[in-house]
Design a protein around this ligand. Structure first.
Ligand code: SAM
Length: 241
């Protein structure tokens, strides 16, 4: 082997796994390339994470997906690919320029027909979704300081059985620092909700790769004892803040 630098080894392993298992196709690679060419920062999920999101959506049978944090639409595309006919994905993005790049990328990938990009601060646009059908899967990957509010919104917009994924929860290990920056504080508060809310069963995993040491959290929305499931327009089971 002769390889001693852990970060270099993580990257080699990511390349190996991509080539053997993940196998991102030309459309996925094109989104990363055009996002970089447009000058957006290279902060999209890895191909392996993107494919994990696609598989989670398929495994859970998601028909409606909500993403917070679009960037150039890389994770959006992985998730949108998992949708069955008639499925929908709503993605929230603050930067109009990012939304424009994502729209072009999704159109080129033939996925724009099932995606709605909502431009603006997510905390301003999420309330517009309360009268829509619940979402089956949530991917939270925007400004980390607002992660606890995004988890709360996911609960409000969910149904029993919905899946919530929160990205970047390890942050190079800084998540253990109680005095960490506002992104760490937001992440810690979100993890506390995932670990303690009576309607959530959660876990969190550390990951390494080309982009270093990070991780993601995953939670399942539970039914509350004594609360009946949804029937027609009755949304009374919905979690209230
Ligand atoms: C890490 S990037 C998203 C990466 C994307 N999920 C992917 O993997 O391809 C975070 C995105 O969230 C957006 N963002 C930041 N603050 C936001 C907010 N308050 N509301 C909505 N989007 C926001 C940023 O502009 C950026 O495009």
């Amino acid at each position: 082997m002769g390889q001693t630098d852990p970060a270099a080894q993580w990257e080699l392993v990511e390349e190996y796994l991509d080539s053997r298992v993940v196998q991102p196709d030309a459309a996925a690679k094109a989104i990363v390339a055009s996002t970089g060419a447009a000058g957006l920062p290279p902060i999209e999920v890895s191909a392996a994470q993107g494919k994990l999101l696609m598989l989670l959506a398929r495994i859970s049978g998601a028909r409606r997906i909500l993403e917070i944090g679009t960037l150039g639409g890389f994770s959006t595309a992985w998730l949108a690919r998992a949708l069955p006919d008639g499925g929908e994905l709503v993605t929230c993005e603050y930067e109009p320029r990012h939304a424009e790049v994502a729209r072009a990328n999704l159109a080129a990938a033939g996925l724009l027909d099932r995606v709605t990009i909502r431009i603006g601060a997510a905390l301003d646009t999420l309330p517009d979704l309360v009268d829509e059908d619940p979402f089956d899967l949530f991917f939270i990957d925007a400004d980390k300081v607002n992660n606890p509010a995004y988890v709360d919104w996911a609960l409000r917009l969910s149904r029993p059985g919905s899946v919530i994924v929160v990205d970047n929860v390890v942050r190079g290990g800084s998540v253990v620092d109680p005095e960490g920056d506002e992104a760490v504080q937001g992440t810690r508060a979100a993890l506390d909700i995932l670990g303690s809310h009576p309607r959530l069963e959660g876990t969190a995993l550390q990951t390494v790769g080309r982009k270093g040491w990070d991780g993601f959290a995953l939670a399942l929305v539970l039914d509350l004892p004594g609360v009946q499931g949804r029937s027609g327009a009755d949304l009374s089971w919905r979690y209230e803040l």
